[in-house]
Write a protein that binds this ligand. Structure first.
Ligand SMILES: Cc1cc2nc3c(=O)[nH]c(=O)nc-3n(C[C@H](O)[C@H](O)[C@H](O)COP(=O)(O)OP(=O)(O)OC[C@H]3O[C@@H](n4cnc5c(N)ncnc54)[C@H](O)[C@@H]3O)c2cc1C
Length: 411
């Protein structure tokens, strides 16, 4: 009978971060089971932004830890993970966004994260393509940046393996073993495996795993996407991540080109029960022509980036992120049988929050206090809802649409 102290389901950035933190923080044995290849689902699609102070102050400490952890992993593995410390530029063109930006500056200061206003000359030097004439407030956060998401996700895996974690790709979990109201292991095609605790980090499919324990996680797989222009020296330099909440868009450099992400007003959601086992066979465009989304966003973006009208688009990347109605992760014990935990529904922040989430789960499953206040992330905080209902999916889509704004936090 094969037995581990902890079994992690899912080999994306969260499963691998959890495994790394568990083995780093204890002498426990850890097994990761991944149905496909490591980081082959949402984690390899991400734009890789690591923003610390955002419209969700509860996330700040988690993201800050991720930056520290990248440095630690580079030392442990003696390799470069590919973090681009370009900083982030936040631009507000309306009083409401300016107020939010002031709150982010205060939050950053409380966490020891630097931020400062830029002179028009500095702004022009940092982002020569930017027209900031409508801006009423711009702030630069120099310690933010972006990372190659595949390299980073698998770095957690390489470091975890070095410390003794067993990682098995191409091994699907098909059920949970439950005895005396406790989850005691998992079923796979190659046999049952027993674990002291089981952690559901199955991304968009996490609810299908938790259903085996009689509970549906309260999140909805929601489309996230971005476009990458062809290389162009007029805007393809090493500029900061640029967030334009009034235009519901962001940009970052991408090897001589520009990556542009858009949060459309009506986000597309999916029913987890209808997703294929392998996301590489799935199109998240929902049958819609994705060029229409960028065409619609173009007018708002062109206020800040006039050259967008002439930009050639070379790539489109889309994938699924789990969203919750309040835009916060589901993290902690799953209601129902004991010994069963989850980290899912990261609302498009899983790369940025990965170390904070991994560290918190590592503490919780071992009965220790996490270094963060995780009460607001409780998996059952939305009460009794049907996460597959149209009404719930609409609430999650609204959270995605207003991700860069704090207003929906009270929804
Ligand atoms: C287009 C796009 C852009 C994004 N940009 C950013 C960004 O800039 N910054 C940021 O922080 N986040 C970003 N995100 C979000 C981020 O990618 C996710 O939050 C994060 O990758 C979630 O990680 P995960 O490990 O939960 O999920 P995943 O990476 O999806 O991993 C879950 C894994 O579980 C496996 N699995 C499922 N069922 C089973 C089973 N039964 N048995 C075994 N394994 C199973 C799957 O095969 C999968 O590999 C973006 C997402 C998208 C789609």
């Amino acid at each position: 009978m094969e037995t581990f102290d902890h079994i992690v389901i899912g080999g994306g950035v969260l499963g691998l971060s959890i495994a790394y933190h568990l083995v780093r923080d204890s002498q426990d044995s850890v097994l990761v089971l991944e149905r496909n290849e490591l980081a082959s689902a949402a984690s390899s699609k991400a734009a890789g932004l690591i923003l610390q102070a955002t419209a969700k102050p509860l996330n700040t400490a988690l993201a800050k830890l991720t930056l520290d952890t990248i440095a630690a992993l580079e030392t442990e593995l003696d390799e470069t993970i590919g973090f681009h410390a370009v900083g982030s530029l936040r631009i507000a063109s309306s009083p409401v966004r300016s107020t939010e930006l002031q709150a982010m500056e205060r939050d950053a200061a409380e966490h020891g994260i630097p931020s400062y206003r830029l002179s028009p000359e500095d702004l022009c030097r940092k982002a020569p393509w930017l027209d900031s004439s409508t801006a009423c407030h711009t702030t630069f956060f120099p310690s933010d940046g972006y990372v190659d998401p595949y390299s980073f996700s698998t770095a957690y895996g390489r470091a975890a393996r070095k410390l003794g974690v067993q990682i098995r790709p191409r091994t699907a979990v098909t059920g949970l073993i439950i005895h005396s109201d406790r989850v005691e292991g998992v079923c796979t095609a190659s046999g049952d495996v027993f674990g002291g605790t089981v952690i559901d980090a199955a991304g968009a499919w996490a609810s299908l795993i938790s259903a085996h324990a009689g509970y549906l996680l309260q999140m909805t797989p929601t489309r996230s996407h971005y476009w990458i222009t062809a290389t162009d020296p007029s805007y393809g330099g090493d500029f900061p991540i640029t967030l334009l909440p009034d235009a519901q868009a962001y940009m970052r450099p991408e090897t001589g080109a520009m990556l542009i992400g858009v949060q459309e007003a009506t986000s597309v959601t999916f029913d987890a029960r209808e997703l294929p086992d392998d996301i590489s066979t799935f199109s998240a465009t929902g049958g819609e022509e994705h060029w229409e989304v960028i065409a619609e966003a173009m007018q708002d973006i062109s206020v800040y980036f006039p050259a967008v009208a002439k930009a050639k688009f070379a790539h489109y990347v889309s994938g699924l992120s789990g969203y919750t109605p309040d835009g916060l992760v589901l993290l902690g014990a799953v209601p129902g049988p004991s010994g069963f935990f989850t980290a899912a529904g990261c609302c498009g922040n899983g790369i940025a929050l990965s170390a904070g989430i991994g560290s918190a789960i590592s503490a919780l499953v071992r009965g220790e206090e996490p270094g963060f206040d995780v009460a607001a992330f409780a998996p059952d905080r939305f009460g009794s809802v049907d996460p597959f209902s149209a009404e719930f999916r609409e609430r999650c889509a609204a959270a995605r649409a207003s991700k860069s704004q704090s207003a929906h936090q009270s929804m």
